[in-house]
Design a protein around this ligand. Structure first.
Ligand SMILES: *Cc1c(COP(=O)(O)O)cnc(C)c1O
Length: 384
């Protein structure tokens, strides 16, 4: 038996110990200058985020959800528009088109990457186009768990149908395809700084990355009530969707750690692979992709096997979580939208259904030791 130090699912304390003094100083500076909204920290973190991702512009906003919303508002997405998105993702991805009066059309995911299944996407886009009731308008690709979606294929399909591609990279900041980081792979990329994400603040926060100056300007206007050049000129319907100065200060202290933390997440994933690969279904990394390892998810053979593994982990005092127990089209809030998305009746979503019964996420953060991973793996293997 190795050490029995507690293992966190996400560990925010180990990181905080490294930068606590800097965070305290950053917050103290804001208390002194008093610019709590749109203070200099916001512009500074926007520059840092853009540089990190290799994107031209970053616009700080109030959450990942608001990043998605502002990005869709900027395209004028609304009633009559079909927005295609995976059925296997966090609820926010589906909520935003509905809030804007658009219709989410749920698409199945690939069983090995957990990301949009391009063949199923193409089928559903063709069906919506053929029915002619809704306009195929946008695809939201989610980089689930940190693995970049197949952006080249998503672009090709969007170009063919004149659709907008929006990257929901809330779980994946730091991920890349080839040498291009997320933030440059779609016309707009939404980030979340919810505390447990790969780059998290100490509250709610988010950002939109884009290479397009006109879009960036629209996002800045929309996050501040649609204001124009002067503060009391209102050009469009916007929202109150700003990133606040204190959260920006937290992010400024954390961003310099991110490069190293991504490498540490990759090391932890490799330890898991070594211990579990071949015994349970471990995550597949698409060739050429850099996984951000926001969440580490294995697949068990069925629901009963997952229950046994969860019980085994729990008995060993180890945390685990299910992302996600229910596909979005089964959620009470979205079932009606799903039924109405395609008049001819939406095709089934068998992979999303199956993953929800079999997926299990294990502790993943940059401060896991090889011994920690061995203990988790041992508890998993004891039950399979
Ligand atoms: C966390 C998350 C969001 C929402 O981000 P918030 O900052 O919590 O609003 C959106 N999409 C996905 C895939 C997420 O994981």
């Amino acid at each position: 038996m190795t050490s029995s130090r507690p293992i966190a699912f996400f560990d925010m304390h180990a990181q905080q110990r490294l930068i606590r003094a800097e965070i305290d100083a950053g917050i103290a500076r804001i208390l002194d200058h008093g610019r709590f909204i749109q203070g200099p920290e916001v512009a500074a973190i926007e520059a840092g985020l853009a540089a990190f991702a290799g994107a031209r512009h970053a616009v700080g906003v109030s959450s990942g959800t608001d990043a998605l919303q502002i990005a869709m508002m900027a395209e004028g997405i609304g009633p009559g528009d079909a927005v295609f998105l995976p059925a296997f993702t966090y609820t926010a991805t589906a909520e935003v088109p509905l809030v804007l009066g658009a219709t989410p059309v749920f698409v199945d995911v690939a069983p090995d990457t957990f990301n949009l299944d391009l063949a199923d996407l193409a089928r559903r886009v063709a069906q919506v186009a053929a029915e002619g009731r809704l306009r195929p308008r946008a695809v939201v690709g989610v980089d689930l768990y940190g693995l970049p979606a197949d952006w080249p294929a998503i672009h090709a399909l969007c170009a063919q149908h004149g659709m907008f591609a929006l990257d929901d990279a809330a779980q994946a900041f730091g991920g890349a395809l080839g040498n291009q980081r997320l933030g440059t792979l779609a016309p707009a990329t939404a980030l979340s700084f919810y505390p447990t994400k790969t780059l998290g603040c100490y509250g709610d926060g988010g950002a939109i990355l884009t290479d397009d100056a006109d879009r960036a300007e629209l996002y800045r206007s929309l996050r501040t009530h649609g204001e124009g050049k002067s503060r009391y000129e209102v050009l469009r319907t916007g929202m109150n969707g700003r990133l606040d100065s204190i959260q920006a200060a937290v992010l400024l202290a954390k961003l310099p750690l991110l490069e190293g933390e991504l490498l540490a997440r990759g090391r932890a994933a490799a330890w898991y692979e070594q211990a579990l690969g071949g015994r349970v279904a471990t995550p597949r990394v698409t060739p050429g992709a850099t996984h951000a390892w926001g969440i580490y998810t294995i697949l068990l053979t069925d629901a009963a096997a997952r229950e046994r593994v969860q019980a085994s982990l729990q008995a060993a005092g180890l945390p685990s979580a299910i992302y996600y127990p229910k596909p979005l089209h089964r959620q009470p809030a979205y079932a009606a939208a799903h039924a109405s998305g395609l008049a001819a009746g939406p095709p089934p979503l068998p992979v999303s259904e199956s993953l929800c019964t079999r997926c299990l996420s294990l502790p993943m953060h940059p401060y896991l030791t090889e011994g920690d991973v061995a203990r988790v793996a041992q508890a998993v293997l004891a039950a399979v």
